[in-house]
Design a protein around this ligand. Structure first.
Ligand SMILES: CC(C)(COP(=O)(O)OP(=O)(O)OC[C@H]1O[C@@H](n2cnc3c(N)ncnc32)[C@H](O)[C@@H]1OP(=O)(O)O)[C@@H](O)C(=O)NCCC(=O)NCCS
Length: 102
């Protein structure tokens, strides 16, 4: 997991995550993302965490939604394997109500 692109003025960072192959689809990613959000909001005092996920990755999108991220779509940001792919911009705020048990 990575927290990067710190915007100090706006208390905002970007988030990335990738589990090792063989460990996906068992709830670990959502659990780890939730722990990072708790840390960034309650320990670091940040206000906003954002990320991009490509539309060919519905498992990641679903995991982020379960952790409390809200989405907005940027159209045709990637030309991949001969086709245009949308990018889904997601963010969660310290003031958002997040699922208590995602
Ligand atoms: C993205 C990632 C961190 C998510 O973690 P995870 O542990 O696999 O996710 P979870 O098991 O917590 O949740 C996955 C959810 O997606 C759902 N899902 C799986 N495949 C799906 C599909 N093809 N379409 C829709 N939903 C899907 C699962 O059913 C589950 O939802 P549910 O609990 O409501 O049933 C992990 O899969 C990963 O590291 N993937 C490879 C790297 C990657 O894609 N990183 C993200 C880049 S933006």
């Amino acid at each position: 997991m990575v927290l990067n692109e710190l915007d100090e003025d706006n208390a905002s960072m970007n988030f990335r995550i990738a589990l090792a192959p063989g460990w996906t689809g068992q709830g670990f990613g959502t659990e780890a993302t939730t722990a990072v959000l708790d840390h960034t909001f309650f320990v670091l005092g940040l206000h906003r965490i954002a990320l991009d996920v490509y539309s060919f990755n519905p498992r990641a999108e679903r995991s982020y939604v379960k952790a409390g991220f809200v989405e907005g779509r940027r159209r045709h940001t990637l030309h991949w394997d001969g086709a245009w792919v949308d990018s889904i911009l997601m963010s969660v705020l310290s003031t958002d109500d997040r699922p208590s048990n995602p």
